[in-house]
Ligand binder design. Structure first.
Ligand SMILES: Cc1cc2nc3c(=O)[nH]c(=O)nc-3n(C[C@H](O)[C@H](O)[C@H](O)COP(=O)(O)O)c2cc1C
Length: 381
């Protein structure tokens, strides 16, 4: 295996996606409802990330300049390079939306490939599957020919274990001009349960000729990122929920891959500083009332690494203003003292359990340590 020959360093190499030269091979996965401008800025300020992707955006809504769709692609000069993920099945709409995104300076367009395989399976696969692949390839070709920026695709391994179609789809998409494949190592049937299948990702890596394949799923630690690189030969890894838990994950993973050393955990004050920064940015982008309302589902992700946080969570899910946040934090600090030692550190028995990725464990353990999935349209993710 390449890693054993060359140490860790090859893992930190830059990635070329079409004409886009990236400084990092670590990517932020789209998380609808979370990967908006404030969160992307939080992660970028901490470091280690280059290409970030927006939440999925409906191509037609974008063409109609629907205000909600425009809000989803809101960006600013430091939020670069940025990929926008499009969702849609009408070739002309996908093509025109890609051209529009290029015209406003977006670095690349990602296509959500959540749906095609499902329809194929419903009609029995076989030749029907090839027809569907042809249709998908045509849609993609239309987009690729309409823009100079790279067009990428994000998919799962297939419908179920009997239909691991991602390698075939990836090959067809490469022929159609796609510049990179992002693959979540689970099937549609799995949803978010069970372990990520590294061998399945490796099969996609082997299926393409030259384009980078970016592995995804359950990476919550630098060690898990390294294992995904090692076991799949992927050119990069993409991290979603692991970044909600720990926005330092890109910086830490880059450091670990370069040096083999784990950087120190951020302390309580550093974590709280990031929570506050995230809320400030949410308020800046969405206004105080809406920003605070949206933050109600974000706060509990941040608090997962703070140790006991019931008191924080109970109130953050009702957050309504910045003043409210300050009082929640003051009260939480006071409540949290009972778990601290004389030096003000969390007593060992209250430390959060270490994060561990599903694919680093036996299935039973993987199930127990599964990352939560917020409510939402799981079938399109
Ligand atoms: C709340 C949530 C929203 C998601 N939204 C999207 C999305 O908009 N587009 C997409 O392709 N995948 C979406 N996904 C899937 C993630 O991008 C990613 O493939 C999946 O969560 C596995 O990676 P992770 O374990 O690092 O989170 C979403 C997942 C979650 C949990």
């Amino acid at each position: 295996m390449r890693t054993f020959l060359c140490g860790f360093l090859w893992l930190t190499r830059a990635v070329l996606i079409g004409s886009l030269q990236l400084k990092s091979n670590l990517f932020l996965s789209p998380l609808a409802g979370y990967t908006n401008l404030p969160f992307r800025l939080v992660v970028r300020e901490i470091g280690g990330l280059d290409l970030a992707t927006t939440d999925l955006v409906n191509a037609r809504s974008l063409l109609e300049r629907n205000p909600k769709a425009l809000k989803l692609i809101e960006t600013c000069p430091v939020d670069r390079p940025l990929a926008v993920q499009l969702f849609g099945s009408v070739p002309e709409e996908m093509r025109d939306a890609a051209a529009y995104l290029q015209s406003i300076g977006v670095a690349s367009v990602d296509i959500n490939m959540g749906c095609p395989v499902r329809k194929v399976c419903r009609v029995g696969g076989g030749s029907a599957m090839m027809t569907e692949l042809d249709k998908t390839a045509k849609l993609v070709r239309g987009m690729v020919e309409a823009v100079k920026i790279p067009v990428t695709a994000k998919m799962r391994l297939g419908w179920d274990d009997q239909n691991l179609t991602a390698p075939d789809l990836a090959r067809v998409l490469e022929d159609a001009g796609v510049a990179a494949i992002f693959v979540h190592g689970r099937t549609r049937e799995q949803g978010f349960g069970g372990a990520v299948n590294l061998a399945g990702i490796a099969a996609v890596v082997r299926a393409v000729r030259a384009i980078p394949v970016i592995g995804n799923g359950d990476i919550t630690t630098p060690q898990a990122a390294k294992m995904m690189f090692d076991e799949t030969g992927c050119a990069g890894v993409s991290i979603g929920r692991g970044a909600l838990y720990h926005p330092w994950i890109f910086r830490d993973t880059g450091h670990f891959l370069r040096t083999g050393q784990m950087p120190p955990e951020p302390d309580f004050e550093e974590r709280v500083g990031v929570v506050r920064r995230h809320l400030d940015l949410m308020v800046g982008v969405f206004g105080e009332e809406h920003g605070c309302r949206l933050f109600r589902k974000i706060g509990p992700w941040h608090s997962k690494r703070l140790g006991p946080a019931n008191e924080f969570n109970r109130r953050i899910v009702k957050l309504s203003s910045m003043a409210d946040f300050n009082s929640i934090l003051d009260d939480y600090r006071r409540w949290r003292r009972q778990f601290l030692d004389d030096d003000g550190r969390l007593m060992p028995r209250y430390l959060p359990a270490p994060m561990e990725a599903s694919f680093m464990h036996e299935p039973a353990v993987a199930q127990r340590t599964a990352i939560p999935v917020p409510k939402g349209p799981v079938e399109v993710w």
